[in-house]
Design a protein around this ligand. Structure first.
Ligand code: FE2
Length: 305
């Protein structure tokens, strides 16, 4: 227990989280008192260097979200404090998790307006190194967007698509064919999430601005995404997006632009129509790889219907 108390909640070195995971516990508490001074210092350093870039490159909804949440710049925020401000605005709440959430459960949480939120924070000495999502990515990068009702509606609508996916899969008798189709549908949904919620750009009166949280939590990539001549930026086309490989290990060479969150909402509805029509059963192979646990979570959900 002494080890748990003194180790802090650093990504990859947080006994409190690792022990919860080894017990199979997905949903945990934030265990706020376990954050070390170094953990809070990492938050302050990340926040301090991002702020000028947010002002320059983030969309206005995100900036307003930061204002209304009144996130601390110096200390890691308490999720319970965030939820007091967030839930009345959009129905969303941050829900602390021990790490990886299998795909079906992740999207199902979104459909219930719960956002699975990592509680650990990256090592203070390696601010740019992000082996997995941390609380800075989830809270400073994602959650301000959830204060905007139109965006929150998009996120919940994306989540609800998994119920369509599993109900369609449940009608397929042949287990091999059921897995093959689901793998394609998951790949299409993952690409949609990746190129919008994580890496989306929006056309605004101030020019192209970021609303994707992968960009908004990355000091280097946020500026690169907007300014670099090496990035291709195109108006979003759903048929392109769901067939485009999503490369995760370096800055994105290709980004898609939406006009508004109403526009994005209409794309989710189209995605679901295409799912019904079978158009997602054969998307282009390639990244992302679908983890066995993600596919299994969908198969389990289909078989429980
Ligand atoms: Fe994310």
């Amino acid at each position: 227990m002494a080890g748990v108390l003194s180790a802090g909640l650093t990504t990859g070195a947080a006994p409190f989280v690792e022990e919860a995971r080894s017990r199979g516990e997905l949903y945990i508490t934030q265990a706020y008192d376990l954050y070390s001074p170094e953990n809070h210092a990492a938050w302050a350093a990340l926040y301090g260097r991002m702020q000028p870039r947010w002002e320059r490159y983030a969309n206005d909804h995100f900036l307003r979200g930061h204002e209304v949440l009144a996130l601390s710049r110096d200390r890691i925020p308490r999720l319970s404090d965030i939820n007091l401000r967030l839930t009345p605005l959009s129905g969303f709440q941050a829900r602390p998790v021990s790490g990886y959430v299998p795909g079906f459960l992740f999207f199902d949480c979104l459909s219930r307006r719960e956002f699975p939120t990592t509680i650990t924070i990256r090592d203070q000495a390696r601010l740019d190194y992000l082996p997995e999502p941390d609380i800075f990515h989830d809270v400073a990068g994602h959650i301000p967007m959830h204060t905007e009702k139109a965006f929150a509606d998009v996120l919940a609508r994306i989540g609800s698509c998994v119920h369509t996916a599993v109900s369609l899969a449940a009608r397929v008798r042949d287990r091999g064919e059921q897995s093959r189709r689901l793998e394609n549908v998951i790949r299409a949904m993952s690409r949609f999430f990746w190129f919008t919620i994580e890496f989306g750009l929006m056309r605004t009166p101030r020019g192209i601005r970021a609303y994707g949280s992968g960009l908004l939590s990355s000091y280097g990539e946020l500026e690169y995404a907007i300014e670099s001549e090496d990035v291709q930026r195109y108006p979003v086309q759903l048929e392109w997006l769901i067939n485009q490989g999503a490369e995760i290990d370096h800055y994105q060479p290709l980004l898609f632009i939406v006009d508004s969150f109403d526009h994005l909402f209409s794309l989710v509805e189209e995605l679901e129509r295409w799912m019904h029509a079978g158009k997602l059963n054969h998307v282009a192979p390639g990244l992302p790889d679908i983890a066995a646990g993600d596919l299994q979570s969908f198969l389990d959900a289909a078989q429980s219907l």
